[in-house]
Design a protein around this ligand. Structure first.
Ligand SMILES: [Zn+2]
Length: 320
């Protein structure tokens, strides 16, 4: 068993005690080993409390019950997987595919910035991260310069003037405090990417913070654009809940289905509308649809899949 320093022991003990009730505090902290996984070192500890036993794994520190994970390897696998999922979610992916489709070409450039960061060693590499972040923002402006929700722009800024476009987007997409926030985000984020690009003493931390800021801005604009295009979410007319979902029930008598909206909070249901399969599939190539997934008329049953696919194809055709 490897040595454990006193501060290390104290910090792990303090962590476990902060997570658990006073009558179940840590009694013994033993270091099991250290392991480097995906370039990052994790320390693994076996902690005995008065009534329970835990594995503690660092970076980020978390604890796992030995009842749930009898072997420390199981806990480590879970820990690494959990960390990867959280990192992916917060950084290189937007919350859902529809939102991502709003800003696909911009997001692709942002992912190039992340790739640049992963390989970066010297200050010029970190400056290059700034250049890619700027490119991502300019791509965002170009993609939406003639968007339907934008309407007529009397004096359009130059194509590369993200600050100009971003302020117009903020006007169209939001109001009040949200608009002020968005404008500040546009100005400050742009400013930060330009600063990084020209900073010959750029550090890894500088580049990391600029990446976070750029991702945050692209994500916020994508969500507001998405709202502009699909409108506010439906609310229950009886109780105002947002938990209104489409419900499709088979209708054997009429050989079709019933369609209605149901509130998950209070049980309210809209009037059921009956559609026969014959009408639903009228004029469509049913055999072709069944033999070739996701290209047919699943519009009503799988609206999300259909829309995302269309966006993907659009962007495949787009010149780089
Ligand atoms: Zn309701």
């Amino acid at each position: 068993m490897p040595d454990i320093s006193e501060p290390e022991e104290r910090s792990i003990r303090g962590y476990v005690n902060s997570q658990y009730p006073e009558d179940d505090q840590a009694v013994l902290v033993q270091k099991v080993r250290s392991r480097r996984v995906l370039g990052r070192r994790r320390d693994l500890y076996d902690v005995h409390c008065a009534q329970s036993r835990w594995w503690v794994i660092t970076d980020p520190t978390n604890l796992y019950s030995q009842d749930d994970f009898p072997q420390i390897e199981q806990a480590l696998t879970f820990h690494i997987g959990l960390g990867a999922v959280l990192a992916e979610r917060s950084r290189s992916a937007l919350e859902d595919a529809e939102t991502e489709a709003q800003v696909a070409s911009s997001w692709r450039r942002f992912q190039q910035a992340l790739d640049t960061m992963n390989d970066a060693e010297e200050s010029e590499d970190f400056q290059a991260v700034g250049v890619k972040c700027r490119d991502a923002l300019i791509a965002l402006a170009k993609d939406h310069a003639v968007a339907g929700w934008l309407g007529a722009v009397t004096e359009p800024p130059k194509a590369a003037d993200f600050r100009g476009w971003g302020n117009i987007f903020a006007e169209r997409l939001s109001e009040g405090r949200m608009r002020n926030y968005l404008k500040a985000l546009v100005d400050k984020t742009w400013d930060l990417t330009v600063w990084l690009q020209h900073n010959s003493n750029a550090t890894p931390l500088d580049a990391d913070i600029v990446l976070e800021a750029t991702g945050q801005l692209i994500g916020a604009l994508a969500k507001l654009i998405h709202r502009q295009e699909v409108g506010e979410p439906a609310r229950c007319p009886r109780c105002d809940s947002y938990r209104v979902r489409e419900d499709v029930e088979n209708d054997d008598v009429n050989e079709g289905f019933w369609n209605s909206d149901v509130c998950a909070a209070c049980g309210w249901r809209s009037e059921r509308v009956s559609t026969s399969w014959a009408n639903h599939f009228e004029g469509t190539d049913l055999i072709g649809y069944l033999s070739n997934a996701r290209t047919g008329v699943s519009d009503r049953l799988h609206p999300k899949l259909e829309r995302v696919d269309e966006h993907e194809h659009e962007h495949e055709r787009e010149p780089e």
